[in-house]
Design a protein around this ligand. Structure first.
Ligand SMILES: Cc1ncc(COP(=O)(O)O)c(C=O)c1O
Length: 444
Protein backbone atom coordinates (compact mmCIF):
# COMPACT_ATOMS: atom_id res chain seq x y z
CA UNK A 1 0.00 0.00 0.00
CA UNK A 2 1.73 3.02 -1.13
CA UNK A 3 -0.46 4.80 1.39
CA UNK A 4 2.52 4.22 3.58
CA UNK A 5 5.00 2.99 1.06
CA UNK A 6 8.51 3.11 2.31
CA UNK A 7 7.66 5.65 4.97
CA UNK A 8 8.07 3.34 7.84
CA UNK A 9 10.74 0.78 7.17
CA UNK A 10 13.14 2.46 9.57
CA UNK A 11 10.43 3.01 12.16
CA UNK A 12 9.30 -0.57 12.03
CA UNK A 13 7.32 -1.68 15.03
CA UNK A 14 7.25 1.84 16.42
CA UNK A 15 3.88 1.92 18.17
CA UNK A 16 2.14 4.97 17.06
CA UNK A 17 0.76 6.61 18.15
CA UNK A 18 -18.85 26.75 1.13
CA UNK A 19 -19.78 25.58 -0.86
CA UNK A 20 -22.84 27.24 -2.34
CA UNK A 21 -26.33 26.10 -1.49
CA UNK A 22 -26.98 26.16 -5.21
CA UNK A 23 -27.90 22.85 -6.71
CA UNK A 24 -25.93 21.45 -9.60
CA UNK A 25 -27.27 22.22 -13.00
CA UNK A 26 -30.04 19.72 -13.62
CA UNK A 27 -29.47 17.28 -16.45
CA UNK A 28 -31.51 14.52 -18.00
CA UNK A 29 -31.13 11.28 -16.14
CA UNK A 30 -29.78 8.44 -18.19
CA UNK A 31 -31.96 5.35 -18.17
CA UNK A 32 -31.06 3.09 -15.29
CA UNK A 33 -30.19 -0.50 -15.93
CA UNK A 34 -30.99 -2.12 -12.62
CA UNK A 35 -30.99 -5.67 -13.98
CA UNK A 36 -27.34 -5.48 -15.00
CA UNK A 37 -26.51 -4.58 -11.44
CA UNK A 38 -27.11 -8.07 -10.15
CA UNK A 39 -25.60 -10.07 -13.00
CA UNK A 40 -22.80 -12.18 -11.52
CA UNK A 41 -19.42 -11.28 -12.90
CA UNK A 42 -17.69 -14.14 -14.75
CA UNK A 43 -14.30 -13.33 -13.23
CA UNK A 44 -15.58 -13.90 -9.71
CA UNK A 45 -14.74 -17.26 -8.20
CA UNK A 46 -17.17 -18.01 -5.41
CA UNK A 47 -17.59 -20.88 -3.03
CA UNK A 48 -20.74 -22.90 -3.73
CA UNK A 49 -21.98 -22.35 -0.19
CA UNK A 50 -21.04 -19.91 2.49
CA UNK A 51 -20.07 -21.09 5.92
CA UNK A 52 -22.58 -19.69 8.41
CA UNK A 53 -19.88 -17.97 10.45
CA UNK A 54 -18.58 -15.96 7.57
CA UNK A 55 -18.83 -12.23 7.89
CA UNK A 56 -21.15 -10.46 5.55
CA UNK A 57 -20.87 -6.82 4.75
CA UNK A 58 -23.88 -5.10 6.29
CA UNK A 59 -26.43 -3.90 3.76
CA UNK A 60 -27.92 -1.12 5.86
CA UNK A 61 -27.68 2.16 4.03
CA UNK A 62 -26.41 4.22 6.93
CA UNK A 63 -22.67 4.81 6.94
CA UNK A 64 -21.08 4.16 10.31
CA UNK A 65 -17.49 4.65 11.48
CA UNK A 66 -15.45 1.54 12.17
CA UNK A 67 -12.89 1.53 14.93
CA UNK A 68 -9.58 -0.28 15.20
CA UNK A 69 -8.89 -1.79 18.59
CA UNK A 70 -5.12 -1.22 18.21
CA UNK A 71 -5.45 2.47 17.27
CA UNK A 72 -2.93 4.70 19.07
CA UNK A 73 -5.71 7.03 20.20
CA UNK A 74 -9.48 7.19 20.28
CA UNK A 75 -11.58 9.16 17.81
CA UNK A 76 -9.11 9.26 14.92
CA UNK A 77 -10.49 10.37 11.57
CA UNK A 78 -8.31 8.01 9.60
CA UNK A 79 -6.98 5.15 11.77
CA UNK A 80 -5.99 3.17 8.67
CA UNK A 81 -3.31 5.76 7.99
CA UNK A 82 -1.90 5.47 11.52
CA UNK A 83 -1.64 1.73 10.87
CA UNK A 84 -0.25 2.28 7.37
CA UNK A 85 2.55 4.50 8.66
CA UNK A 86 3.60 2.29 11.52
CA UNK A 87 2.38 -1.26 11.01
CA UNK A 88 1.97 -2.01 7.32
CA UNK A 89 5.55 -2.97 6.46
CA UNK A 90 6.94 -5.15 9.19
CA UNK A 91 8.05 -8.11 7.12
CA UNK A 92 10.34 -8.87 4.20
CA UNK A 93 7.26 -9.38 1.98
CA UNK A 94 5.08 -6.27 2.03
CA UNK A 95 1.99 -7.24 0.02
CA UNK A 96 0.30 -4.21 1.52
CA UNK A 97 1.35 -1.59 -1.06
CA UNK A 98 -1.30 -0.48 -3.54
CA UNK A 99 1.19 1.38 -5.70
CA UNK A 100 4.61 0.94 -7.27
CA UNK A 101 7.81 1.73 -5.31
CA UNK A 102 9.00 5.34 -5.27
CA UNK A 103 10.41 6.72 -8.51
CA UNK A 104 14.18 7.38 -8.35
CA UNK A 105 15.16 10.81 -6.99
CA UNK A 106 17.32 11.23 -10.07
CA UNK A 107 14.06 11.82 -12.02
CA UNK A 108 14.18 15.49 -11.03
CA UNK A 109 17.94 15.94 -10.96
CA UNK A 110 17.84 18.99 -13.21
CA UNK A 111 15.27 20.93 -11.15
CA UNK A 112 16.17 23.94 -9.03
CA UNK A 113 13.88 25.34 -6.32
CA UNK A 114 11.64 27.84 -8.09
CA UNK A 115 10.57 30.89 -6.14
CA UNK A 116 8.30 32.60 -8.66
CA UNK A 117 4.67 32.84 -7.61
CA UNK A 118 2.94 29.69 -8.88
CA UNK A 119 0.23 31.69 -10.67
CA UNK A 120 2.86 33.30 -12.88
CA UNK A 121 3.17 30.20 -15.02
CA UNK A 122 3.68 26.96 -13.08
CA UNK A 123 0.05 26.56 -11.92
CA UNK A 124 -1.62 27.30 -15.26
CA UNK A 125 0.97 25.13 -17.02
CA UNK A 126 0.30 22.18 -14.71
CA UNK A 127 -3.48 22.50 -14.90
CA UNK A 128 -3.33 22.84 -18.70
CA UNK A 129 -1.14 19.74 -18.93
CA UNK A 130 -3.63 17.73 -16.83
CA UNK A 131 -6.53 19.08 -18.88
CA UNK A 132 -4.78 18.00 -22.08
CA UNK A 133 -4.16 14.57 -20.68
CA UNK A 134 -7.77 14.06 -19.55
CA UNK A 135 -9.27 15.69 -22.63
CA UNK A 136 -11.11 18.47 -20.79
CA UNK A 137 -10.87 22.27 -20.91
CA UNK A 138 -8.12 23.87 -18.76
CA UNK A 139 -10.94 25.68 -16.89
CA UNK A 140 -12.13 22.28 -15.66
CA UNK A 141 -8.98 21.47 -13.67
CA UNK A 142 -7.79 22.52 -10.21
CA UNK A 143 -4.43 21.41 -8.74
CA UNK A 144 -4.59 19.89 -5.25
CA UNK A 145 -2.17 18.62 -2.60
CA UNK A 146 -2.20 15.03 -3.88
CA UNK A 147 -5.35 13.03 -4.47
CA UNK A 148 -5.81 13.18 -0.68
CA UNK A 149 -6.12 16.95 -0.98
CA UNK A 150 -8.44 16.52 -3.96
CA UNK A 151 -10.77 14.29 -1.95
CA UNK A 152 -10.74 16.72 0.97
CA UNK A 153 -11.28 19.77 -1.28
CA UNK A 154 -14.31 18.19 -2.94
CA UNK A 155 -15.75 17.25 0.46
CA UNK A 156 -15.22 20.82 1.70
CA UNK A 157 -16.85 22.14 -1.44
CA UNK A 158 -19.87 19.86 -1.87
CA UNK A 159 -20.71 17.78 1.15
CA UNK A 160 -22.13 20.17 3.77
CA UNK A 161 -25.92 19.96 3.76
CA UNK A 162 -25.91 17.03 1.32
CA UNK A 163 -26.56 13.29 1.16
CA UNK A 164 -23.31 11.50 0.32
CA UNK A 165 -23.38 7.80 -0.61
CA UNK A 166 -19.95 6.24 -0.08
CA UNK A 167 -18.99 2.96 -1.71
CA UNK A 168 -18.42 0.07 0.68
CA UNK A 169 -15.87 -1.47 0.94
CA UNK A 170 -14.02 1.81 0.65
CA UNK A 171 -10.71 3.57 1.20
CA UNK A 172 -11.11 5.00 4.69
CA UNK A 173 -10.63 8.66 3.73
CA UNK A 174 -13.85 8.56 1.70
CA UNK A 175 -15.90 7.31 4.64
CA UNK A 176 -14.24 9.67 7.06
CA UNK A 177 -14.82 12.76 4.91
CA UNK A 178 -18.48 11.88 4.38
CA UNK A 179 -18.97 11.22 8.09
CA UNK A 180 -17.40 14.58 8.98
CA UNK A 181 -18.83 16.83 6.32
CA UNK A 182 -22.04 15.38 4.88
CA UNK A 183 -25.43 16.05 6.41
CA UNK A 184 -26.43 12.47 5.62
CA UNK A 185 -23.54 10.02 5.12
CA UNK A 186 -24.89 6.90 3.41
CA UNK A 187 -23.56 3.47 2.55
CA UNK A 188 -23.41 2.29 -1.05
CA UNK A 189 -22.71 -1.46 -1.17
CA UNK A 190 -20.33 -3.04 -3.68
CA UNK A 191 -20.44 -6.82 -3.53
CA UNK A 192 -17.93 -9.53 -4.31
CA UNK A 193 -20.75 -11.58 -5.86
CA UNK A 194 -21.23 -9.03 -8.65
CA UNK A 195 -17.54 -8.34 -9.19
CA UNK A 196 -17.71 -5.25 -6.96
CA UNK A 197 -20.01 -3.56 -9.42
CA UNK A 198 -21.72 -0.41 -8.21
CA UNK A 199 -25.41 -0.65 -8.93
CA UNK A 200 -27.53 2.40 -9.81
CA UNK A 201 -30.49 0.85 -8.01
CA UNK A 202 -28.39 0.48 -4.82
CA UNK A 203 -27.40 4.12 -5.18
CA UNK A 204 -31.04 5.18 -5.56
CA UNK A 205 -31.96 3.04 -2.53
CA UNK A 206 -29.21 4.65 -0.46
CA UNK A 207 -30.36 8.15 -1.39
CA UNK A 208 -33.99 7.24 -0.74
CA UNK A 209 -33.16 5.93 2.73
CA UNK A 210 -31.93 9.36 3.82
CA UNK A 211 -34.10 11.33 6.23
CA UNK A 212 -34.06 14.43 4.04
CA UNK A 213 -34.85 13.80 0.39
CA UNK A 214 -34.80 17.47 -0.54
CA UNK A 215 -31.03 17.92 -0.28
CA UNK A 216 -28.48 17.16 -3.02
CA UNK A 217 -27.27 13.56 -3.36
CA UNK A 218 -23.64 12.88 -4.29
CA UNK A 219 -21.95 9.52 -4.83
CA UNK A 220 -18.36 9.10 -3.60
CA UNK A 221 -16.34 6.24 -5.01
CA UNK A 222 -13.11 5.05 -6.58
CA UNK A 223 -12.53 3.78 -10.11
CA UNK A 224 -10.78 1.45 -10.34
CA UNK A 225 -11.96 0.39 -6.91
CA UNK A 226 -9.64 0.46 -3.93
CA UNK A 227 -9.59 -2.20 -2.45
CA UNK A 228 -10.89 -4.67 -5.09
CA UNK A 229 -9.38 -3.29 -8.30
CA UNK A 230 -12.76 -3.57 -10.09
CA UNK A 231 -13.34 -1.18 -12.96
CA UNK A 232 -16.65 0.53 -13.67
CA UNK A 233 -17.21 1.10 -17.40
CA UNK A 234 -18.32 4.46 -18.81
CA UNK A 235 -21.90 3.19 -19.24
CA UNK A 236 -22.13 2.41 -15.52
CA UNK A 237 -20.58 5.75 -14.60
CA UNK A 238 -23.22 7.51 -16.70
CA UNK A 239 -26.00 5.56 -15.02
CA UNK A 240 -24.69 6.39 -11.55
CA UNK A 241 -24.23 10.02 -12.53
CA UNK A 242 -27.84 10.06 -13.73
CA UNK A 243 -29.04 8.93 -10.28
CA UNK A 244 -27.00 11.75 -8.71
CA UNK A 245 -28.19 14.30 -11.27
CA UNK A 246 -31.82 13.48 -10.42
CA UNK A 247 -30.95 14.60 -6.89
CA UNK A 248 -29.01 17.69 -7.95
CA UNK A 249 -25.71 15.98 -7.13
CA UNK A 250 -22.39 14.90 -8.60
CA UNK A 251 -20.64 11.58 -9.15
CA UNK A 252 -17.28 12.07 -7.44
CA UNK A 253 -14.66 9.44 -8.22
CA UNK A 254 -11.05 9.06 -7.22
CA UNK A 255 -9.65 7.76 -10.52
CA UNK A 256 -6.09 7.46 -9.21
CA UNK A 257 -5.77 3.71 -9.94
CA UNK A 258 -6.85 4.07 -13.56
CA UNK A 259 -3.30 5.10 -14.26
CA UNK A 260 -2.55 1.36 -14.21
CA UNK A 261 -4.82 0.81 -17.24
CA UNK A 262 -3.69 1.09 -20.84
CA UNK A 263 -4.54 4.58 -22.10
CA UNK A 264 -7.36 3.42 -24.38
CA UNK A 265 -9.18 1.74 -21.49
CA UNK A 266 -9.24 4.66 -19.05
CA UNK A 267 -12.67 6.11 -18.27
CA UNK A 268 -12.20 9.45 -16.55
CA UNK A 269 -15.38 10.21 -14.61
CA UNK A 270 -15.25 13.89 -15.56
CA UNK A 271 -15.52 12.80 -19.21
CA UNK A 272 -18.06 10.02 -18.73
CA UNK A 273 -20.72 12.32 -17.22
CA UNK A 274 -21.28 16.07 -17.27
CA UNK A 275 -21.82 15.99 -13.49
CA UNK A 276 -18.80 13.71 -13.01
CA UNK A 277 -15.75 14.69 -10.97
CA UNK A 278 -12.36 13.02 -11.38
CA UNK A 279 -9.73 13.11 -8.64
CA UNK A 280 -6.22 12.04 -9.58
CA UNK A 281 -2.51 12.07 -8.82
CA UNK A 282 0.76 10.54 -9.90
CA UNK A 283 1.19 8.58 -6.67
CA UNK A 284 0.13 5.04 -7.39
CA UNK A 285 1.31 4.06 -10.85
CA UNK A 286 4.34 6.34 -11.17
CA UNK A 287 5.80 6.35 -7.66
CA UNK A 288 5.58 10.15 -7.37
CA UNK A 289 3.65 10.43 -4.11
CA UNK A 290 6.38 12.58 -2.53
CA UNK A 291 5.57 15.37 -5.01
CA UNK A 292 2.25 15.79 -3.11
CA UNK A 293 0.60 16.90 -6.30
CA UNK A 294 -2.86 15.96 -7.51
CA UNK A 295 -5.86 17.37 -9.33
CA UNK A 296 -9.62 17.58 -9.53
CA UNK A 297 -11.23 17.72 -12.98
CA UNK A 298 -14.85 18.73 -13.42
CA UNK A 299 -17.47 17.54 -15.87
CA UNK A 300 -18.93 20.14 -18.23
CA UNK A 301 -21.97 20.90 -16.08
CA UNK A 302 -19.75 21.77 -13.13
CA UNK A 303 -17.09 23.93 -14.76
CA UNK A 304 -18.99 27.12 -13.91
CA UNK A 305 -18.50 26.26 -10.22
CA UNK A 306 -14.75 25.80 -10.45
CA UNK A 307 -14.16 28.97 -8.40
CA UNK A 308 -15.94 27.30 -5.48
CA UNK A 309 -13.63 24.30 -5.71
CA UNK A 310 -10.58 26.57 -5.95
CA UNK A 311 -11.86 28.38 -2.87
CA UNK A 312 -11.97 25.03 -1.01
CA UNK A 313 -8.35 24.30 -1.97
CA UNK A 314 -7.31 27.59 -0.34
CA UNK A 315 -8.23 25.91 2.96
CA UNK A 316 -5.56 23.30 2.20
CA UNK A 317 -2.86 25.40 0.60
CA UNK A 318 -2.93 29.06 -0.30
CA UNK A 319 -0.39 28.65 -3.07
CA UNK A 320 0.79 25.34 -4.45
CA UNK A 321 4.60 24.97 -4.36
CA UNK A 322 5.99 26.27 -7.65
CA UNK A 323 8.78 23.70 -7.86
CA UNK A 324 6.33 20.86 -7.31
CA UNK A 325 4.09 22.13 -10.10
CA UNK A 326 7.09 22.38 -12.41
CA UNK A 327 8.09 18.85 -11.42
CA UNK A 328 4.54 17.74 -12.20
CA UNK A 329 4.70 19.17 -15.72
CA UNK A 330 8.14 17.60 -16.17
CA UNK A 331 6.83 14.22 -14.95
CA UNK A 332 3.80 14.36 -17.24
CA UNK A 333 6.20 14.61 -20.18
CA UNK A 334 7.81 11.32 -19.25
CA UNK A 335 4.94 9.25 -17.94
CA UNK A 336 5.67 6.47 -20.38
CA UNK A 337 9.09 5.95 -18.82
CA UNK A 338 7.80 6.47 -15.27
CA UNK A 339 5.06 3.90 -15.89
CA UNK A 340 7.57 1.16 -16.71
CA UNK A 341 7.56 -0.29 -13.19
CA UNK A 342 3.76 -0.52 -13.13
CA UNK A 343 3.77 -2.28 -16.51
CA UNK A 344 6.51 -4.66 -15.42
CA UNK A 345 4.74 -5.62 -12.17
CA UNK A 346 1.44 -6.12 -13.96
CA UNK A 347 3.06 -8.21 -16.66
CA UNK A 348 5.31 -10.37 -14.51
CA UNK A 349 3.94 -10.42 -10.96
CA UNK A 350 0.20 -9.91 -11.36
CA UNK A 351 -0.36 -13.28 -13.12
CA UNK A 352 1.14 -14.96 -10.05
CA UNK A 353 -1.32 -13.18 -7.76
CA UNK A 354 -4.17 -13.94 -10.20
CA UNK A 355 -3.30 -17.63 -10.17
CA UNK A 356 -3.21 -17.61 -6.37
CA UNK A 357 -6.61 -15.88 -6.25
CA UNK A 358 -8.07 -18.46 -8.64
CA UNK A 359 -6.69 -21.56 -6.96
CA UNK A 360 -6.25 -20.88 -3.25
CA UNK A 361 -8.75 -23.09 -1.39
CA UNK A 362 -9.32 -20.69 1.49
CA UNK A 363 -10.52 -17.62 -0.33
CA UNK A 364 -13.25 -16.35 -2.61
CA UNK A 365 -12.01 -13.74 -4.97
CA UNK A 366 -12.70 -11.30 -7.74
CA UNK A 367 -9.71 -11.14 -10.07
CA UNK A 368 -9.29 -7.60 -11.40
CA UNK A 369 -7.90 -6.99 -14.86
CA UNK A 370 -5.41 -4.28 -13.92
CA UNK A 371 -3.58 -2.75 -10.97
CA UNK A 372 -1.65 -4.40 -8.18
CA UNK A 373 -4.34 -5.20 -5.62
CA UNK A 374 -7.15 -7.67 -4.97
CA UNK A 375 -9.56 -8.06 -2.07
CA UNK A 376 -10.29 -11.74 -1.43
CA UNK A 377 -12.73 -12.90 1.23
CA UNK A 378 -11.23 -15.46 3.58
CA UNK A 379 -13.54 -18.40 4.19
CA UNK A 380 -14.65 -18.81 7.78
CA UNK A 381 -12.56 -15.96 9.17
CA UNK A 382 -14.25 -12.96 10.75
CA UNK A 383 -11.38 -11.18 12.50
CA UNK A 384 -8.99 -10.38 9.66
CA UNK A 385 -7.06 -7.96 11.87
CA UNK A 386 -6.00 -10.94 13.96
CA UNK A 387 -5.26 -12.95 10.81
CA UNK A 388 -3.09 -10.15 9.36
CA UNK A 389 -1.15 -9.97 12.64
CA UNK A 390 -0.56 -13.70 12.50
CA UNK A 391 0.63 -13.43 8.89
CA UNK A 392 3.21 -10.87 10.01
CA UNK A 393 4.41 -13.04 12.88
CA UNK A 394 4.35 -16.45 11.29
CA UNK A 395 4.51 -15.94 7.52
CA UNK A 396 6.55 -12.74 7.30
CA UNK A 397 3.96 -11.21 4.97
CA UNK A 398 2.21 -7.83 5.27
CA UNK A 399 -1.33 -7.52 3.95
CA UNK A 400 -4.06 -5.00 4.80
CA UNK A 401 -6.93 -6.26 6.97
CA UNK A 402 -10.35 -5.72 5.40
CA UNK A 403 -11.50 -3.90 8.53
CA UNK A 404 -9.70 -0.78 7.26
CA UNK A 405 -11.98 -0.82 4.23
CA UNK A 406 -15.09 -1.41 6.35
CA UNK A 407 -15.16 -5.10 5.30
CA UNK A 408 -13.97 -7.53 7.99
CA UNK A 409 -13.39 -11.02 6.61
CA UNK A 410 -11.33 -9.77 3.66
CA UNK A 411 -7.65 -9.07 3.07
CA UNK A 412 -6.20 -6.64 0.56
CA UNK A 413 -3.30 -8.44 -1.06
CA UNK A 414 -0.97 -6.75 -3.54
CA UNK A 415 1.57 -8.10 -6.01
CA UNK A 416 4.23 -5.38 -5.96
CA UNK A 417 7.20 -7.73 -5.50
CA UNK A 418 9.49 -9.43 -7.98
CA UNK A 419 7.97 -12.72 -9.25
CA UNK A 420 10.18 -15.11 -7.26
CA UNK A 421 9.74 -13.13 -4.05
CA UNK A 422 5.99 -12.90 -4.61
CA UNK A 423 5.64 -16.64 -5.22
CA UNK A 424 7.48 -17.41 -2.00
CA UNK A 425 5.46 -14.85 -0.03
CA UNK A 426 2.13 -16.21 -1.32
CA UNK A 427 3.22 -19.76 -0.50
CA UNK A 428 3.96 -18.73 3.10
CA UNK A 429 0.69 -16.80 3.20
CA UNK A 430 -1.23 -19.88 1.97
CA UNK A 431 0.35 -22.19 4.53
CA UNK A 432 -0.41 -19.83 7.40
CA UNK A 433 -3.93 -19.24 6.09
CA UNK A 434 -4.57 -22.98 5.97
CA UNK A 435 -3.55 -23.39 9.64
CA UNK A 436 -5.60 -20.37 10.66
CA UNK A 437 -8.74 -21.49 8.83
CA UNK A 438 -8.40 -25.01 10.22
CA UNK A 439 -8.02 -23.70 13.77
CA UNK A 440 -11.02 -21.41 13.35
CA UNK A 441 -13.00 -24.47 12.20
CA UNK A 442 -11.92 -26.45 15.29
CA UNK A 443 -12.98 -23.60 17.57
CA UNK A 444 -16.53 -23.70 16.22
C1 LIG B 1 -8.39 5.85 -3.39
C2 LIG B 1 -7.21 6.64 -2.92
N1 LIG B 1 -7.22 7.97 -3.08
C3 LIG B 1 -6.18 8.73 -2.67
C4 LIG B 1 -5.07 8.17 -2.09
C5 LIG B 1 -3.93 9.06 -1.71
O1 LIG B 1 -3.40 9.64 -2.86
P1 LIG B 1 -2.22 10.73 -2.80
O2 LIG B 1 -0.99 10.00 -2.41
O3 LIG B 1 -2.16 11.27 -4.19
O4 LIG B 1 -2.62 11.76 -1.82
C6 LIG B 1 -5.03 6.80 -1.90
C7 LIG B 1 -3.86 6.19 -1.25
O5 LIG B 1 -3.81 5.04 -0.95
C8 LIG B 1 -6.11 6.00 -2.35
O6 LIG B 1 -6.11 4.68 -2.21
Amino acid sequence: MAEAQGRCRQRRRAKAGARSGRKLAPRRADKLDASAATTPNPSVRLAPMRAPTEPTTPDAAVLTPQGWAGAPAQGLAFPYMAWAHHESQRTRSPLSNSGVPKAPSSTFESLRIALEHPSQSALPAFEAAIAGRLGVAPEAVVATPGASGGLAAVALWLFAGARVAVESPSYEQLRSLALRFAKEPLRLPRRLETGYDCSPSDLATAFDSARDSSIPGHAFLTNTHNPSGAKLPARRLRELAGVCADRGGALVSCDIYQEFLPEAEREWTCRAATNGVTIGSLTKAYGLGPLRLGWVALGEALVHRRHELRDATYLLWVDPPTTTLAAGVFALQQLDQLGAKARELQLESKPILDQWLRTSPHIEAFVPTHGLVAFPRVRGVVDTHALAERLVREAQVDVVPGEFFGAPGHLRVACGLQPAELKAALARLSACLASHVAEQGLKR
